[in-house]
Design a protein around this ligand. Structure first.
Ligand code: CMP
Length: 142
């Protein structure tokens, strides 16, 4: 099905100057960027976005990392966009990520793992709405 997913290029990958390289992976796989912006997350924005992880031991480090520098947030659209983006990203821990995936190529650790992607269409809708208004998404489905 034609889907949308939400993606973050995290501070480590922005600092490595690989935004374009990562966008090329999305586009080469048939995903379209239908909304995008660069932002430096506030602590409140990062805590709200990752609220489901609030009780996890890595929450403090996650929020600190995600606010350490600018990120690119984008909406990707295409056939099976959620699963396709997860395939492009590779496993959360780069040590487990298949060769040729973004985390294998660009991530240093499970904490600094280059990209985020929604894990299901429901979380994609919530995550997109967290960062973009309807008018900011230039989707062919609306
Ligand atoms: P992300 O997809 O952005 O969602 C939460 C992030 O927490 C995850 O990527 C990882 O970068 C980070 N993280 C750190 N430790 C863990 C862990 N043990 N399990 C899952 N995520 C972790």
């Amino acid at each position: 099905a034609l889907e949308r997913t939400f993606s973050i290029i995290k501070p480590d990958a922005v600092a490595k100057n690989v935004i374009g390289a990562i966008y090329n992976r999305f586009e080469s796989a048939g995903l379209r960027i239908v909304a995008a912006k660069m932002i430096h997350l506030s602590q409140q924005q990062a805590e709200g976005f990752y609220a489901e992880h609030k009780e996890r031991p890595f929450f403090g480090a996650l929020v600190e990392f995600m606010t350490s520098g600018p990120v690119m947030v984008q909406v990707l659209e295409g056939e099976n966009a959620v699963a396709k983006n997860r395939e492009i990203m590779g496993a959360t821990n780069p040590a487990d990520a298949l060769a040729g995936t973004l985390r294998s190529d660009y991530a240093a650790s499970i904490d600094e793992n280059a990209v985020h992607g929604s894990d299901a269409p429901e979380s994609a809708a919530r995550e997109i709405a967290y960062f973009f208004s309807d008018e900011e998404v230039c989707s062919r489905t609306r």
